[in-house]
Design a protein around this ligand. Structure first.
Ligand SMILES: [Zn+2]
Length: 48
């Protein structure tokens, strides 16, 4: 949560909308932009 992304590192694209995320391209797994991440958080909250 307190990650500070480095400016030199390329950012991964959101797997849902293709917008650039706050995560580096080296991040494993699916990456979401702030908007989609929030939406996913709301969605997954329903499934527990
Ligand atoms: Zn997105």
């Amino acid at each position: 949560m307190t990650q500070t992304p480095t400016e030199s590192e390329p950012l991964a694209d959101c797997v849902l909308c293709g917008e650039p995320t706050e995560y580096p391209a080296s991040t494993r797994g699916a990456t979401y932009c702030p908007v989609c991440e929030w939406q996913e958080a709301q969605r997954t909250a329903c499934f527990g």
